[in-house]
Design a protein around this ligand. Structure first.
Ligand code: ATP
Length: 295
């Protein structure tokens, strides 16, 4: 099933505070979406709505034209992976995995067992005795093997160490290629995960600040690298968001799409022009003093 998700003017309020404020999003297609936002931006609130854990105070969420909330058929198509507290889970990993699979119509047990081997998950250990990282792995295995048309990972990798996260990203990309589906990954590890995303969504203070294909986002600015004095001269007057210096070499990130004339001048001066990074753009756009609007 291809899932087209339409979030229309959705708000969630806690007393007078808007955790989500008139959020509209169209997620159409079997893509991997990166959901980025600073602490408290509203990511988990939005993802909980998509998992039908709660109903918005205002607005609607539809999947393939049907309202999502408490729609049993649609809810079966969604897997929401979030950091769980496993301290009460005394059953063995294999029992827990089997039970998880029973609720998921597309669960692939063979793939789950392949992942168990890849990640060295001890099948006979009680879940609450696994290390925090291994509990994250168990969660991720269920998320991947569920093969749900809408698969949501809410910061579910924070317990994993770097090599384990790398294996998880690899598995996610490979399995998404084999079984395309809508995947939404929320993260603070932007520079580590940006290559996974086809589209980036930046939430800020409960509003959508940006939702675009990552390749379009990366063209919003440029990095200029070369001899420090030449770089300084080139970027003078541009909107500079990040500077790095190593010996006589300097790299400056600017948020100004470069003109043909500027590109030619850079080439004459042997300056290297690269894309802006999603992380730098995210940091820049969510700074307190930035006027929003990225065009
Ligand atoms: N039950 C609640 N009662 C009151 N305020 C809440 C409640 N749940 C969330 N909030 C507030 O809503 C805002 C959004 O929270 P949310 O957990 O969605 O942010 P987040 O982007 O996932 O943050 P983080 O990256 O820190 O996990 C925060 O200011 C939070 O304090």
């Amino acid at each position: 099933m291809t899932a087209n998700i339409l979030v229309d003017q959705v708000s969630v309020k806690y007393k007078k505070f808007h955790a989500l404020d008139q959020v509209s999003l169209k997620l159409d297609g079997e893509k991997i979406y990166g959901l980025i936002g600073r602490n408290g931006a509203g990511k988990t609130t939005l993802l909980s709505l998509l998992a039908s854990f709660a109903e918005p105070d205002e607005g609607t969420i539809k999947v393939n034209g049907q309202p999502l909330f408490e729609n049993a058929e649609l809810m079966q198509q969604v897997t929401f992976v979030y950091e769980k507290d496993f301290k009460e889970e005394s059953e063995k990993v294999k029992t827990y995995l089997k039970a998880a699979g029973e609720y998921k119509p597309d669960f692939d047990t063979e793939y789950a067992m392949e992942l168990v081997e890849i990640f060295n998950l001890p099948l006979n250990k009680p879940v609450h005795k696994l290390s925090k990282g291994m509990q994250s792995v168990l969660n991720a295995v269920i998320g991947l093997a569920s093969r749900s048309p809408i698969t949501i990972f809410d910061e579910a990798y924070s317990g994993m160490d770097a090599p384990t996260r790398e294996i998880f990203y690899q598995q996610l990309l490979e399995d998404h290629a084999r079984h395309p589906r809508t995947m939404i990954l929320s993260t603070h590890l932007v520079s580590e995960m940006d290559y996974l995303f086809e589209e980036a969504i930046i939430l800020h203070k409960g509003k959508v600040l940006l939702h675009e294909p990552v390749d379009v986002v990366l063209e919003k600015g440029a990095s200029v690298t070369g001899a420090a004095d030449l770089v300084d001269d080139f970027v003078e007057g541009m909107n500079q968001i990040h500077t790095q210096k190593l010996g006589g070499t300097k790299s400056v990130m600017v948020i100004d799409p470069l003109t043909e004339e500027q590109l030619a001048r850079a080439s004459q001066k042997e300056l290297e022009i690269g894309p802006v990074s999603l992380q730098d753009l995210f940091i820049h756009l969510t700074k307190e003093d930035v006027q929003h609007g990225t065009k």
